[in-house]
Structure formats: C-alpha cells, structure tokens
Design a protein around this ligand. Sequence first.
Ligand SMILES: [Zn+2]
Length: 435
Amino acid sequence: MVAARVILVGFAVAIFHFMLQLITILNRCHRFPGFVYQKAGFSSDHKSIEIAMRPRKGSKAICSRCHQPAPGYDQLVERRFEFIPFWGFLVFLLYSMRRVDCRRCQAVVVEEVPWADGKRTLTKAYMLFLARWARRLSWKETAEAFRTSWDKVFDAVEHVVTWGLQHRVLGQIDAIGVDEIQYAKGHKYLTLVYQIDLGVTRLLWVGKERTIESFQGFFTAMGKDVISKIVFVCSDMWEPYLKLIRENCSEALHILDRFHIVANMNKALDNVRAEETSRMKREGRAPVLKKSRWLLLRRSENLGAEQHFRLRDLLRYNLKTVRAYLLKEAFQQLWEYSSPAWAGKFLDEWCRQTMRSRIEPMKKIARSLRQHRELILNYFRAQKLLSSGVVEGLNNKAKVTMRKSYGFRTYRVLELALYHSLGKLPEPDSTHDFF
Ligand SMILES: [Zn+2]
C-alpha cells in the first residue's frame, strides 16, 4: 500500500519535471518577447498537453490593426491554439487575448499575437509544419498522419500560400508558357501560366476558366513592368490567348507550343480513324482498323515488334486513316530543322500536300498551321531554347498535384494546391525548424 503510494508520488514528480522540461524546450524553439510560458499539464482526459501562456509583466499589447503598442482595455476568455503534436499527444497553447484601447485606430481592438494569425486556431508553426507535409502527402493523408482534419490542412496551406504570394519576388521574367488544364467534367478549365526561364521554372498564375477576362487577370496581377520585359511566350492556339498576348506583350516573340501542335494532329487523326471505321462497318467491309488506335497515335519508334508488324500490314491499305497517319508522321521532320528558313519551306510543302489530301480534319490542321506560320517559326528562331517539353513537364506535375490534393474539387482548393506545389513560393518565417 505504502509502496504503491510511493510509486504514484514518484510518477507525479516525474510528470511535473517533464512538464518543466517541456517549457524549457518551448523557450528554446518557440519563444516570443513579451510572452512567457507559465505552466504545462495534461488535459483532464489525458489526451492532450495544455501549455498556459501569459504576457510578460510590464509588456504592452500590440494593436492588431496598426501593429503598434497600445494601452490595455480588457481581457477576453481563454483561447486554445493548436500546436505541433508531440509523441502522440495533441498540444495546445492556452492564452487569454487582451484588447487594447488604441488611440491611433480610435477603437477597442484585439491584440496581435506573434504565434497566430488572428483568424485561425492553428499556430503559425503548426500551419507551416502541416503545409510542408501537405506538399509530400495528399491533404487527406496529412490530416490522418497528424490526427487533424482535412479542413485544418486546407487552412494551413491557405495561410502559407497567401503569405508566399504576398512575399514572392517576381524579378525579371524572360519567358512564359501558357497552358490549360481540365479540372472537372463539363468543360471546366483552369488557365496556368508558368515562368519557363532557363534557370527558373515555376507556376506564376492560376486563372479560372479559359476566357479573355480570366486571362487578362494574369497581366493585371503581374503588372506592366514585369510583362513588358517578357521576351518569349509559349502557348497553344487558343484564340483568346493569342489575342491577349499580342496586345500585352507586343515586343515578345510568341512561340506556338510544339506539344500542342502534335496533340492537335493526333486529335485530327483520331477523328479520321473513327469516322472511317464506322463508315467501313456500315458498308460491311472487313474491320481492318479495329484496335488500331494506339498503333496510329503512338510514335512508331515506341512500338513493340508485333505492333510494328501490324502497323506495316495496316499501311498497305489505301485508307484515309493511313494517308492521315503518313502525313502526321512526315510532319515530325519539322522539329529536326534548326534554320527557320528551311523549317518554313518544309512547313509550306507539308501544308500544300495536306490541302490536296481531301481529308477534312487534316486540312483543317494545315489551314491553322498556315495561319500561325510565323508563330511556329518563332520556335526555330528561339533556337529550341524553350522547347515545349518544359511546359509539358510542368503540366504533368500539375495533373499529379490535382489528383493528390483533395477532398473537394473546388476551384479554390486546386488553386491553392497548384501554387503550393509548383509556385516555388517563399515560406513564412519560423522561430525554429520543426522537422
Ligand atoms: Zn491601432
């Protein structure tokens, strides 16, 4: 009986010392002038650790509106600020916010505290911690790993991204790439603008929809100073983009994106194939085009031996699909040129042949290429420096991010997730690296 009591008392003393140690540790890594850690203890259910804070004696509260010290007015009820969990315990800082009677603002205003942003119950340190993990894991996995909710992970990322966007340095931007990405069924698109300089590739801007109004937002957000110095612009043939780029970056060399030209050509070929397949079926002919889709869309050097054999077999038929395929394959040669003049000659000849092919989807491509001839040749003028590979790579990363992030496929979630993983944004300052 006595022994049991001794053990219990010993245990209580150990916990007491541990809590003191905790305060020492916090003073080392999360210390703020004007505030002191008062005491630490377990919550009544023993599931979390609570650390009481108070203002240092004689320190003045800071007005959260004008960020200047102001005379005290009163004190609000205690608030719990969520801190980084520790050994499986949730950790909370407890603090009663003061209100100040600010003469400058001529109002009674709640004080500003350095560990929180005034809106959220998560501490800044915890938000940075969660946001960093949310870049490696999905938001859902992050919430599960730290026993918090998806909404809090969202709050954390929003805080860090907002700070990052306010504090990022745009500097000189030489080249940008514009792209779009579908984010939900029913033609819901995002417009993404990347910086694609040789040294820096990052996401600069995300816009809802792909309209003139939305894309104009990019030029407004960046400001005339940055925009006027852009030298290269890479984009696909979406007309609203072209128009705005012409208006805003009149000095820049506009480059049509190789990736998009190839993608459009594949789409045209696919249409020819689908149309011809159903026509042959109607006419009761042998289904030679069956299962030929990937055979025709893939680059021939990426085919296996058996597929090669099937493709050779298929090419013996005099079909529209086959002629379209050969035109598409022949077009690849364009990218081998290094001189804009020779590339131009090749392009003209290819368009001439294609216009005589009597294959409407391919003729449509040729017309579009003719119309954008100078933009395409800019690709060669820029000496392939800014190959679309960069934009394509960034776009693939964007798609992976979109798959990972949510939750809910709302525009706001996607916007935050994309800036967070591709924006290379600066992070808020921290009293300590908690990792
Ligand atoms: Zn004030």
